[in-house]
Design a protein around this ligand. Structure first.
Ligand code: S3P
Length: 176
């Protein structure tokens, strides 16, 4: 397995924040698939969705995923739709130790309602959209992950320590 930690999960589950904290703890660079995509395309995510549509965004996401394939010793935070209905699950798993972060729909709504950067949640009933997308996606996140972590009630320190312990255990086992 590649020496990378890859964070997957729904919008607002803390992938970027935890990714940055893991990056500091390990001394590995932190790469964010959304940031790489925005840099590559030269447009914001809302602009890509508005001008080219979700399909084009998923195509760019797939390219970014491919380009990440040659990285080692990095922490990667991914966009919430990166698995694309399971199409990209193998590609994501091949990147390293995959951790799925989970949170309740209520917590997700609270966190995601703070900004307008997520086109999928700008409709009239974001809570319903969150519930519907979770129903479609949760299975794919869990299948692609080596570790599924319910973050509810845990501090950032506890989440990071839990991930590091589990990742080290897994990698040590592989080295035996
Ligand atoms: C998306 C999640 C977003 C971003 C885009 C689409 C999704 O990333 O890639 O708005 O389909 O769940 P975050 O999970 O970092 O918010």
């Amino acid at each position: 397995m590649k020496r990378n930690i890859v964070l997957i999960g729904f919008m607002g589950t803390g992938k970027s924040t935890i990714g940055q904290a893991l990056s500091r703890a390990l001394g590995y660079p932190h790469l964010d698939s959304d940031e790489l995509l925005v840099k590559k395309v030269g447009k914001s995510i809302p602009a890509i969705f508005a001008e080219e549509g979700e399909g084009a965004f998923r195509g760019y996401e797939r390219q970014v995923l491919k380009e990440l394939g040659n990285r080692q010793h990095v922490v990667i935070s991914t966009g919430g739709g990166i698995l694309n209905g399971g199409v990209n699950s193998d590609a994501v798993r091949s990147l390293g130790y995959v951790v799925c972060l989970e949170a309740s729909p209520e917590v997700i709504l609270e966190r995601t309602s703070r900004n307008k950067n997520r086109p999928l949640l700008q409709g009239p009933d974001p809570f319903r959209t969150i519930q519907e997308l979770l129903a479609q996606r949760s299975k794919h996140y869990r299948e692609a992950a080596h570790l599924v972590l319910d973050t509810e009630g845990l501090s950032q320190t506890e989440i990071v320590a839990g991930i590091l312990d589990c990742a080290r255990y897994r990698l040590a086992k592989e080295d035996q």
